[in-house]
Design a protein around this ligand. Sequence first.
Ligand code: MG
Length: 367
Amino acid sequence: MRITRIAAYRVDLPLHEGKYAWSGGKAVSVFDSTIVRVETDAGPVGHGEVCPLGPAYLPAYAAGVRAGLGEVAPALLGQDPTELAAINRQMDRVLKGHPYVKSPIDMACWDILGQATGQPVCALLGGRFGADVILYRAISQDTPQRMAERVAQYRKEGYRRFQLKVGGEPEEDIERIRAVAAELERGDVLVADANTGWLSHQALRVARGVRDVDVYIEQPCLGYEECLAVRRHIDHPFVLDESITGIPELVRAHGDGAMDVVNLKIGKLGGLTNARLARDLCVTLGIAMTIEDSWGGDVTTAAIAHLAHSTPPELRFTATDFNSYVTVSTAEGAPQREGGRMAASAAPGLGVTPRTDVLGDPVLDFA
Ligand code: MG
């Protein structure tokens, strides 16, 4: 099988809530997503998606996806999309770094491999564990009262795990965590995600201020060393996210005892191939995982569902259904949240069929 064409589409994804805000006053109201289509000479057509959380979150931005695809895509024409290691090696050969650029192509090649073998991607990634995957709901940064109201609302919709966007002024973040914790019941899970927004003295003040609250602290500071210092001074369970950009960082953090849970984002790691490697390493090392991406719509959500569903449940801390946050559906067949849970499709590949009317004309086309 050979790749005959790679096209990319740009889709705007507005939010049901109007905007999504996190640490440092950063916010996005319309996400700029790129969906990649990979065609073959044997019939299967694969799709992948990457959607950075705006240009100011990770070193990734939407226009950079499209510029990077211009470097990578021509070098993949004529290659076998089912040889995932060879595809990734070729992408790394022609473009150093920029894992988020490579993620949608890798995702589309897994979609093709699934279609070619008649297997859902979760089966190829290791098997389907359990009936479904437990989701968390990210709570955009707002006043403590408004965030508590949101949690109460999403609790009614079936979510039991919540990730608060903190990383602001310490006193207010303490109020945010306390206001939301008051809404929760036994069995619920609360994470306070600072998204690198605190300096270490601020993180220590917040942790001290909520010492009696059952809450996880996620990525308090920008640097790994600051996060590690905070981790060693507090007794809350601890999540690393932005600092874990690849396997060397994961191995080092495990060796340092730097986290209890790691947040694996498919785009941050460069696609399902690399995310599966990190996932399998975490399974072997006994590190629980949040399995997700930076953002996305139906195609990203499908890929998350396959990676999460093929992860043993005791190591699956939580996952994200981004397609329920956005107002535009880009594909049929994507997982739909039910009572705070979702399941990977049983159809071959990712199980999604993009809506051509929503995608419009390609913004890039290599053949
Ligand atoms: Mg995070």
